[in-house]
Design a protein around this ligand. Structure first.
Ligand code: C5P
Length: 312
């Protein structure tokens, strides 16, 4: 006897945060975006996004960063779900979106982009769309520069606005410690500060550095620690001078390298092992210069559908 499975009533996915091991910023384009060359790594700090069939659109948020997430149509997950529904002409589209928010908001770890990527995959599954991967990636890029990488996960080079992805030959697992700030930084403001501080009018075309490529190929955390670089670090320090003391503290306590993550204010430290990461968390917490610390391994997969959907 053949059985036809009913469509799921609800789908939950989990989506990782990202850190930029390298972020090179080029000139500001006519479209208001900067040409980038970046190396993304997905790390094991996750948001969970659940979409459930509903009479009308809604979004609710739980978890430690729930209070900072915009509600309604400003929410990136909501925009993603609606964009997908329009693009694929889904009838009876409304969904209730629930976000369990563990990635800091406006922290330079792609928190909002992760939720958008999660909503795309969760709705694609809920609505049984079976889309072509490239088509989904194009929709992701419309929603934000980091959204395609949040879908893909792993380690990748991002170019263009950061949305064009290319694979990287990489090995090893890396143990990160993240010093989190209770107040976010606005990405456009940090890019604006980059423009203000960049007096050299001929900003070079950015490209991945050989040192970074060699480090990732070697799987050696010390080499990766030495190769970390972020052109948005000085602009982030300029807007939030206290972050310099956080970076200095982590390096003094023995991190193999440290960097502002994306446009900040999260400071990411690389360590040599999970024990080393734990020691660094303890030292940073005791130092009093950091609001909050957490640790995570990378690279990890992009969006993953969690088992156990409820059925109609
Ligand atoms: O695309 P996304 O929503 O992530 O970008 C947020 C803002 O960050 C943009 O509106 C722009 O001001 C700035 N940005 C930029 N250059 C990039 C990516 C983002 O100037 N490559």
């Amino acid at each position: 006897m053949s059985t036809v499975s009913a469509p799921p009533r609800s789908v939950t996915v989990r989506v990782p945060a990202k850190v930029n091991c390298e972020l090179r910023v080029g000139p500001l384009g006519a479209d208001g975006y900067h040409e980038l060359s970046t190396v993304f790594m997905a790390v094991g700090l996750y948001d969970e996004v659940t979409v459930t069939r509903a009479e009308r659109w809604s979004v609710t948020t739980t978890g430690p960063y729930a209070a900072h997430v915009p509600s309604g149509s400003d929410n990136l997950a909501m925009r993603a779900a609606r964009l997908l529904a329009r693009h694929m002409r889904v009838t009876r589209a409304p969904v209730a979106i629930r976000i369990d928010k563990n990635i800091p908001v406006a922290g330079g770890m792609a928190g909002g982009s992760a939720d958008a990527a999660g909503a795309l995959v969760a709705c694609e599954h809920l609505w049984g769309l079976r889309m072509d991967r490239d088509e989904l990636m194009e929709l992701a890029a419309e929603l934000g520069s980091d959204v395609p990488f949040c879908l893909a996960g792993g380690i990748a080079i991002g170019s263009g606005r950061g949305e064009r992805l290319a694979p990287v030959l990489a090995r090893g697992t890396y143990h990160w410690v993240f010093a989190l700030s209770s107040q976010g930084l606005s990405t456009p403001e940090v890019f604006g500060e980059f423009d203000r501080l960049t007096t050299d009018i001929s900003v070079p075309q950015p490209e991945p550095s050989p040192a970074m490529m060699t480090a990732l190929r070697s799987g050696d955390p010390e080499a990766l620690g030495d190769a970390l670089v972020n052109d948005l670090q000085e602009p982030a320090f300029s807007l939030r001078p206290a972050l310099r003391a956080v970076l200095d503290a982590g390096l003094e306590f023995g991190a193999l390298g440290g960097i502002i993550s994306g446009s900040g204010p999260t400071v990411a430290f690389l360590t040599g092992s999970s024990e080393h990461a734990l020691d660094l968390c303890v030292a940073l917490t005791a130092s009093g210069v950091v609001d909050q610390v957490t640790r995570a391994k990378g690279p990890v997969h992009g969006v993953q559908i969690l088992p156990g959907p409820t059925r109609e």
